[in-house]
Write a protein that binds this ligand. Structure first.
Ligand code: GLY
Ligand code: MN
Ligand code: MN
Length: 431
């Protein structure tokens, strides 16, 4: 669990980073599934990171220059009649102690109280996000404050996106956060292992999906971190395949990309395995290249190395391997420069992982330089080779013989950058 003390430390750090500014975060709006039915509520990750509060219709304000209140929370007031329908609310009184705010107001007081805090900053940190209504509210207050500025001579003179001050903090994971990710990973490993055990020809992909998602929930996870991919045979060549409705045939490879979400922290694991327990020679060749690419890429994940290095290493190993199989031809450097490997490998080797599956954080630090790995970064390492039945080789490259077509392999692990190198958080999952 992330402790109340850790939330306090996060806020303290954030308050010091925003200095003379004032920051506003809104809870996530409800997402509609259809008509008046909503998806299960999921708090906005920025809001959650700073508060741990998971109710809708809430606003958090950070005002380091206010004489009394640095952390201000607006929440839905208790209303037993409404709670009967929409669920339990913490309410104004309990929120103060539970969430460590200096003051808590009812969300109904937002219009009246917000200017009192906004005016204490020299700028407003705010991210214009999915909640259009709230975006408009911020703009309205902003216009009023600008209009009244001459009569006051103080107050915000700019709006800056909060991403740039908060996301660098979110990107470095604390011990507590790594524990949470590990918990999500433990459950995910159990789910993958079970799916591998029960998979057999004749089953439908969704049966494995059901088994996986059963484990996520049965072990106390929130559910899936992203729609589970259970892709057998040629479906493995579709990167975001989620229909999961094909009957698995003898001789198929099964690619499972599924991760559990545990108290907002995510795992993201892919394994590819033969349903019969035995690779065909072609499947084996492709699998071995992807595995070699993945192991070589993981070695590049260490402090001081840049984000592009592990991707480039993976590409290099994949190109060399495909050349040996005569699926690519020519000079390795030229193939890479002209991206002639892309019909086989069209995505990058990974992404930051945390409260979001594709977590926040820059991949470049400026136009020319890729981000540098630092201790506390968590990144996925997920190279693949996809030989779609419809593959079109790049210009000057060989035609692909049919016996290679329909093979898709990806192997994905979650890796923590440490002081001295890395730790494969998903190491307990065999491959
Ligand atoms: N499952 C999403 C990804 O691997 O990025
Ligand atoms: Mn994945
Ligand atoms: Mn991933």
């Amino acid at each position: 669990m992330i402790t109340a003390e850790e939330y306090r430390q996060r806020r303290e750090k954030f308050l010091s980073v925003i200095g003379k500014g004032v920051a506003v975060f809104a809870s996530a709006p409800h997402a509609v599934m259809h008509n008046d039915v909503e998806y299960v509520y999921r708090q906005d990750s920025d809001f959650y990171y700073l508060t741990g509060f998971n109710e809708p219709k809430a606003v958090a304000v950070f005002a380091p220059n206010h004489p009394e209140h640095n952390f201000i929370l607006f929440v839905q007031p208790k209303n037993l009649a409404e709670e009967i329908w929409t669920g339990y609310r913490v309410g104004v009184e309990a929120a103060k102690d539970l969430y460590g705010a200096d003051v808590v107001y009812s969300i109904e007081q937002l219009e009246e109280k917000l200017p009192e805090y906004l005016v204490t900053g020299d700028r407003i940190y705010y991210h214009f996000g999915r909640d259009e209504q709230f975006n408009q509210l911020i703009l309205r207050h902003w216009r009023q404050l600008i209009q009244s500025y001459p009569r006051r001579g103080t107050g915000p003179v700019a709006i800056e996106d909060s991403n740039f001050v908060l996301h660098p903090l979110r990107q470095i994971k604390s011990k507590g956060e790594i524990e949470m990710i590990k918990r999500a990973i433990d459950i995910t490993i159990k789910a993958h292992t079970k799916a591998q055990e029960i998979a057999k020809p004749g089953m439908y992909e969704y049966e494995l999906q059901a088994e996986i998602e059963y484990t996520f929930r049965a072990m106390g996870g929130d559910g899936f971190a992203y729609p589970s991919i259970v892709a057998s045979g040629p479906n493995a060549c579709i990167l975001h395949y989620t229909e999961n409705n094909r009957r698995i045939e003898a001789g198929d490879l099964i690619l499972i990309d599924a991760g559990c979400c545990y108290h907002y922290y995510n795992a993201d694991i892919t394994r590819t395995f033969p349903v019969d327990g035995k690779f065909t020679p072609q499947q084996k060749d492709i699998y071995q290249i992807v595995l070699a690419a993945q192991l070589a890429a993981i070695e590049q994940v260490k402090p001081g190395n840049r984000y592009n290095q592990y991707h480039e290493k993976a590409v290099e190993v994949i190109v060399e391997g495909l050349k040996e199989l005569k699926l690519l031809q020519g000079d390795t450097e030229e193939i890479i420069q002209q991206e002639k490997y892309k019909p086989f490998y069209m995505h990058r080797t990974g992404h930051w992982l945390g409260l979001d599956v594709h977590d926040v954080g820059n991949y470049k630090e400026d136009n020319n330089n890729w981000a540098v790995f630092q201790p506390g970064h968590v990144i996925t390492v997920e190279p693949g080779i996809y030989i779609s039945p419809y593959i079109t080789p790049a210009e000057g490259q060989p035609e692909i013989p049919d016996h290679w077509k329909g093979i898709g392999v990806r192997i994905e692990d979650d890796v923590l950058v440490t002081e001295t190198g890395n730790e494969i958080l998903t190491a307990a999952m065999g491959k």
